[in-house]
Design a protein. Structure first.
Length: 379
């Protein structure tokens, strides 16, 4: 016990690794897929043309930052008002909130798996874009996030008992709420959600017909501090019974820590809209717990196993953000190389949330994503 206390004290003194918002950025590889290098305007026109027959709304495929709030209110809000919502039972009877937006002329079903602290509220614009592209969209708030049940007294701390709880919840959602018919099921995931997908596919590679993983959390950025110390501190907190407490450098929502300068996107309109709505609706989330960090680091190590990942045979599109301060690209490239059918794409000027970035980044990424899904539709 004394050994663990000494570890914990050391971590608190140096604010080790888990101050995620201040972690140093990874100098990621500059590899870019051929699709990403293609002329964006041409791809957008092609996607818009394909979506026209199935989308019921008259709005554009992509919202513009120039009139963001007006476009959001006119297009996204009415669509989300039609969403079917409810709860399903996750691991340990935790109630998981879900939202379904059905497109009557859907080409396929698309499941969105949110990341760390995220919820359906944050993905409303993306749900709209995928709907306009011709897809029915299914998503859920990960356990302990959004409108899903909390397992801690502190409603803002991000905690999970076991990493596998996330994976099991995803599989339960897909198997029970996404229809199994003659149309494909595709996955779109970001960050922690993408790591959940990456893990789920190693045990169930037929979970979907194709999957997209943006900035997958396959190597947590521990900044200037060595990985062994990060692991030791996380273990110390856990074994001292502090697994549900905030890790060093983490804490509840604080306005002075939640600004555009350290945000995961450089889009001011998108950042401002979500922050305002999340605070107003009580869905703003704080930082990571000791146990969350512990299980993430364990997962990272396990998914470096090339033999494990070699069983993932479905088409994958994985993307890394060049200005990501949360995730290192090493785990992404390792997984993509080990998988049998993976395309790796790089967005050098993007922060962590490629899907939520400025128009100049978001549009090429989502155009690439939609084109990827369309290529894997049944002929």
């Amino acid at each position: 016990m004394l050994r663990y206390k000494r570890m914990l004290v050391s971590a608190l003194m140096i604010m080790v690794a888990f101050k995620l918002s201040e972690a140093a950025a990874d100098a990621a590889s500059s590899v870019t897929s051929p699709t990403a290098r293609a002329n964006t305007s041409t791809l957008v026109q092609a996607v818009s043309s394909r979506a026209g027959a199935s989308a019921l709304l008259k709005g554009p495929l992509f919202l513009s930052e120039a009139q963001y709030d007006a476009d959001f209110d006119a297009n996204v809000i009415p669509l989300m008002a039609k969403a079917k919502t409810g709860f399903f039972e996750g691991v340990d009877n935790v109630q998981i909130h879900y939202s379904i937006v059905e497109n009557p002329a859907a080409k396929a079903s698309l499941v969105i798996v949110p990341g760390f602290t995220e919820n359906t509220l944050k993905y409303r614009e993306l749900i709209y874009t995928f709907y306009q592209a011709g897809y029915s969209v299914y998503t859920f708030d990960p356990r302990g996030q959004g409108l899903s049940a909390r397992m801690t007294d502190d409603k803002e701390v991000v905690w999970v008992n076991q990493w596998s709880d996330y994976v099991t919840d995803l599989k339960t959602f897909v198997h029970t709420l996404v229809p199994k018919g003659d149309k494909e099921i595709f996955l779109f995931s970001h960050s922690t959600g993408a790591a959940v997908v990456a893990d789920a596919l190693t045990s169930e590679p037929t979970l979907a017909a194709a999957a997209v993983m943006g900035s997958p959390l396959l190597t947590l950025n521990t900044g200037r501090y060595p990985l062994f110390l990060a692991k030791a501190v996380a273990a110390a907190g856990y074994f001292m019974g502090k697994g549900k407490d905030y890790a060093p450098g983490e804490g509840p929502v604080a306005d002075d820590r939640w600004g555009i300068a350290t945000a995961s996107t450089s889009s001011v309109p998108r950042f401002t809209r979500y922050k305002r709505d999340a605070l107003r609706l009580g869905q703003a989330q704080g930082g990571a717990s000791f146990n969350w960090v512990r299980v993430v680091l364990e997962m990272n190590e396990r998914l470096y196993d090339a033999k494990l990942v070699a069983g993932v045979t479905l088409p994958l599109l994985m993307a890394a953000a060049g200005r990501d301060t949360y995730v290192l690209s090493t785990g992404i490239t390792s997984y993509c190389k080990a998988a049998k059918n993976c395309v790796f794409s790089q967005y050098p000027t993007s922060r962590h949330e490629i899907y939520n970035e400025v128009d100049e980044i978001r549009r090429p990424w989502l155009t690439e994503v939609i084109a990827f899904y369309d290529r894997h539709l049944k002929k």
